[in-house]
Structures are given as C-alpha cells and as structure tokens.
Design a protein around this ligand. Structure first.
Ligand code: SF4
Ligand code: SF4
Length: 104
C-alpha cells in the first residue's frame, strides 16, 4: 500500500461524543470531510455506540465543500485548525465564517 502524508488543518476538538470517531472529545478519524454546498456539517459523522480503537490520533480536514466560508480555498480548508460541535442537533464546523462579498 502506498501511503500519503498530506498537510491538513487539525480538528482540534469535537464535542459530538455520540460519533463513532469521537474518543475523549477528540476526532480520531484520519481525515474528515466538511459540508455540502450550503451548510458546514461534518459529513463524516457516524452516530454509533461503538467507537474507534484509536485514542490519540488527531484528525485532519481532508476536504471542505463549503465554498462560501472565508477559510475555504479551492474547496479545501485553509484554517490552522477547526472545532466541531453541535449547531442545533447537527454536527457542524464551528470555525465556519461567512466570506464577505467582493462587491460589498
Ligand atoms: S469531527 Fe465529525 S467524524 Fe470526527 S468525531 Fe466529530 S462528528 Fe465525528
Ligand atoms: S473553517 Fe470553513 S473551510 Fe474550514 S472546514 Fe470549516 S467550513 Fe470548511
């Protein structure tokens, strides 16, 4: 297997403890995907009572589809790190910030 080592923003914290990838309020996936074209929801969120055996790995943001976030550059996240938590009942990127219109 050829392995990759891409640089990715870290998921510094995630409070969605019901997710299979969450251990100790940290995301232990290798990488997550954020969003659809509108909302910055965590697309990797997997509600489960069983959790990954990983306990120390810190996930990266592999891709983000929210082009109207000011941190989004070419459909990738350019923030140093992000936090994920509840927005209503959904798991959202809490670092999301609306991009200002160039015409404003
Ligand atoms: S960031 Fe997403 S995939 Fe990772 S633990 Fe939180 S909800 Fe789950
Ligand atoms: S900060 Fe913005 S670009 Fe980065 S993952 Fe969150 S919504 Fe996507």
């Amino acid at each position: 297997m050829q392995k990759m080592n891409p640089e990715m923003p870290q998921v510094s914290k995630c409070s969605i403890t019901q997710c299979a990838y969450n251990v100790g309020q940290g995301c232990r996936a290798k990488a997550i995907t954020i969003g659809d074209s509108e909302t910055p929801a965590c697309d990797t969120h997997l509600p489960s009572s069983t959790h990954t055996r990983q306990t120390t790995r810190i996930a990266g943001v592999g891709a983000c589809k929210v082009a109207h976030c000011k941190y989004n550059d070419d459909f990738e996240c350019s923030a140093d790190s992000i936090a994920v938590g509840f927005a209503g009942s959904d798991a959202h990127c809490l670092t999301f910030a609306q991009r200002k219109s160039a015409a404003a």
